[in-house]
Design a binder for this molecule. Structure first.
Ligand code: BES
Ligand code: MN
Ligand code: ZN
Length: 468
């Protein structure tokens, strides 16, 4: 773990082992490690022209500083980054600037070593930040550190193998995430799920050894009577595809199919640690989509908690099933003022958008605009796809009310199809948005992040709650 500290010392007063990072206006891939006259090391790095700096480039720049330090095996580095006379950063204000700095430093220092048998003998031990003077900026920096830590917690949960992160273990991870805070965790077990007639969550989870759970995290930081926001995260702890089993190459990373659930857990961790004066409830329908004598079959019909019957035409379209029941539960027991679900729902979202942005689908123009705008602000990018009633007819089932995939097995617009299925279970009056985060489940080339889970969209959900 890298220590990230604020210091009031000037650069030259820092211990000699500290390598000073100096940004130049050279091209972004230019760098040089030099020894200065007083025998200190200085790492000079191109950041491009100041007038060309954007918030997107700034986030990547912060991460590449850390990545460069790691590749040169530097153990202590020091940075002094003001808005550096970059007009576009100055526009955002210093609080944004320092919060983002802290968040991005946290993201870049992250490593997942749980399963490595040998500990590496090198570690980036400390990053010292000089020159932050105003109390408000220091506060913003601390908020950023807490946010970044919650993102990394999310990544740890998502990176853990399916064997070690079954539904009951995901429930434990949720408890650990908010332990020592005001947030409360309730876990509904399989028996309770059946009692509540959550037939879709039951169908998906019943075939596994570790039975399904509905994990609920409540956080009431405002007056009890004000309606909460509901955050719902897909918690498929392993997605084999079920009897419609996934092929080789599409299954091995499905331990991350609870990334939406992990993100919601991480968001609650940050909310609770920051003590936000907001009411938020998180719901994570957790299940393993497994294969056994007890598992659901293609062609089975299950009754959802909403009463609508669903023909399960494809056992690999399981995420929408568990989310549907969680959405019904959220509406019935919490009457939220807004609902956002986050899920690694479809491979089709990757076909549509590539690996750089999540998809957002909603009928609420203001919620859409807000999420896209916040995404731009935090770096968890969001891009809209339509959620139109015209798409509903393809899901009309012959034997039941609706089918979980297009009844003609066409694969067109799979991401929209997933959102459309969920819309049958969405609250009628409450604004609701569906985020398909499959594109951001894993980091991609150019992200300047280690391989594996990204921990998105924790930063965006958190900012949404802060401004809701
Ligand atoms: N978890 C997958 C979607 C996914 C794929 C997430 C790749 C991240 C990376 C989801 O449960 C799934 O299997 N979806 C199917 C839906 C299809 C059967 C309609 C898909 O995308 O193929
Ligand atoms: Mn699936
Ligand atoms: Zn899945």
């Amino acid at each position: 773990m890298t220590k990230i500290t604020l210091t009031t010392k000037e650069f030259d007063q820092l211990p000699k082992q500290c390598v000073k990072i100096v940004l130049t206006e050279d091209k972004p891939d230019w760098h040089r490690l030099v020894e200065t006259k007083d025998g200190r090391l200085e790492y000079r790095m191109g950041a491009g022209k100041r007038k060309d700096m954007t918030v997107r480039k700034y986030r990547t720049l912060v991460r590449s500083i850390v990545m460069a330090a790691k590749s040169h095996k530097l153990t202590h580095i020091a940075l002094q980054l003001g808005p550096m006379g970059c007009p576009k950063l100055e526009e955002k204000g210093s609080k944004w600037y320092y919060r983002t700095l802290a968040e991005q430093l946290q993201l870049a220092t992250y490593e997942f070593t749980t399963y490595k048998s040998k500990k590496s003998d090198y570690a980036l031990k400390e990053i010292m930040i000089c020159g932050i003077k105003k109390a408000a900026d220091k506060q913003a920096f601390k908020t950023g550190l807490i946010t970044g830590e919650a993102v990394n917690y999310t990544r740890d949960v998502a990176n853990t193998s399916g064997e070690d992160m079954a539904p009951s273990q995901l429930a434990e991870a949720a408890k650990k995430a908010v332990s020592g805070t005001k947030a409360k965790v309730k876990v509904l077990d399989h028996k309770k799920i059946k009692q509540l007639k959550m037939g879709l969550l039951d169908a998906v989870g019943k075939g596994a050894k570790d039975k399904p759970r509905l994990i609920i995290i409540e956080y009431f930081g405002a007056a009890k009577k004000s309606a909460p926001v509901a955050l719902i995260g897909k918690g498929i702890t392993y997605d084999s595809g079920g009897l419609n089993v996934k092929p080789t190459g599409a299954m091995h990373d499905m331990h991350m199919d609870m990334s939406g659930g992990a993100a919601v857990i991480g968001t609650m961790r940050a909310i609770a640690k920051l003590g936000l004066k907001k009411n938020v409830v998180a719901l994570i329908p957790a299940a393993e989509n497994s294969i056994s004598a007890d598992c659901m079959r293609a062609g089975d019909i299950a009754t959802s908690m909403s009463g609508q019957t669903v023909e399960i035409l494809h056992t690999d379209a399981e995420g929408r099933l568990v989310l549907a029941d969680a959405m019904t539960y959220a509406e019935k027991y919490y009457q939220p003022k807004a609902m956002i679900d986050v899920a690694t729902l479809t491979g089709a979202s990757l076909v549509a958008l590539g690996q750089k942005t999540s998809a957002v689908l909603t009928k609420s123009k203001s919620l859409q605009d807000k999420l896209v705008e916040i995404g731009e602000d935090t770096g968890d990018l969001m891009w809209p796809l339509p959620l139109w009633d015209e798409y509903k007819s393809s899901l009309k089932s012959t034997r039941a009310d609706i089918a979980n995939i297009a009844v003609n097995f066409a694969r067109w617009g799979g991401c929209i199809e997933g959102g459309t299925f969920l819309s049958f279970f969405a609250p009628k009056k409450t604004p609701w948005a569906h985020i398909d985060m499959a594109p951001r489940m894993e980091s991609a080339a150019g992200d300047k992040l280690v391989k594996g889970a990204t921990g998105e969209p924790v930063k965006t959900l958190l900012r949404y709650i802060e401004t809701s």
